[in-house]
Design a protein around this ligand. Sequence first.
Ligand code: NAD
Length: 271
Amino acid sequence: MACNPAFRRILITGAAGNLGAYLREALADAAAVLRLSDRRPLAARAAHEEVAAGELADFAAVEAMMTGVDAVLHFGGIPEEDSWDNILAANIRGSYHIWEAARRAGVKRVIFASSNHAIGMYPRTQRLDTDAPPRPDTLYGLSKAFGEQLARYYFDKHGIEAVCLRIGSCFPEPRDERMLATWMSYADLARLCRRCLEAPVVDCTVVYGVSANARLWWDNSKVDFLGYRPEDSAEFYAEKVRAGGGRFTPPDPAALFHGGHFVPIGYTRQR
Ligand SMILES: NC(=O)c1ccc[n+]([C@@H]2O[C@H](COP(=O)([O-])OP(=O)(O)OC[C@H]3O[C@@H](n4cnc5c(N)ncnc54)[C@H](O)[C@@H]3O)[C@@H](O)[C@H]2O)c1
């Protein structure tokens, strides 16, 4: 089914990355034109594709890539913990540039690749729904929390609709025990992005990017209106994961909090 026909040109940032490259194929019919952007080299491969390469930290470049765009899938940026300077440039300045350029260009909707690391410091004993405020586990998670607040600010003040995807672990297969709860298949990511584009009204919404895993920690019931129906489950890989090890045991903070192995990075708290 084609996506919201109101979107004629969709910008995908991070289009040379793992998830962006997958979405470029999976959402080929999402709009008349897919504009692909990254700081790494890219080339158009089909009539519906065009390229606008650029550095997210450079506002002029972001403004140029936003011309004529009516929806954005913002997947560009650093996908893990890094230095403050790198996180500041790519994820914080970069995301601000996306929303500010979107406002100036009259963009209607931004779909933002947030992360479970925006809520990584919640204890695992707590199940979270989509109203859970951020508790970031890293500078990276903090940058995603900032992106979620950009979404809120630009919706409340300027009416740009947004969906923030708190993506769990989006890889071809779950690789450890934690991912049996947090995994999202590539196909489910595409299903979710499609619903975020197709839903007639999304206002400013947070949704967890996860498959239909039996061991889920996150509850999307409050955003059922999006119509996201995951079809894959990490449980299919449970035996393989168990055989491969990859288990953290308390009191390792990686085992105590939602953020897993991001939590021990720079962790100095004694109690
Ligand atoms: N893969 C996951 O499980 C997962 C989980 C949670 C969130 N996310 C988020 O999803 C997005 C995509 O993740 P991915 O796994 O495809 O990562 P990736 O590193 O493969 O892709 C990110 C892309 O962004 C580009 N990029 C980075 N900094 C840039 C800059 N300053 N200017 C322009 N382009 C820049 C990179 O060149 C890269 O191609 C990221 O925002 C990440 O934080 C991913």
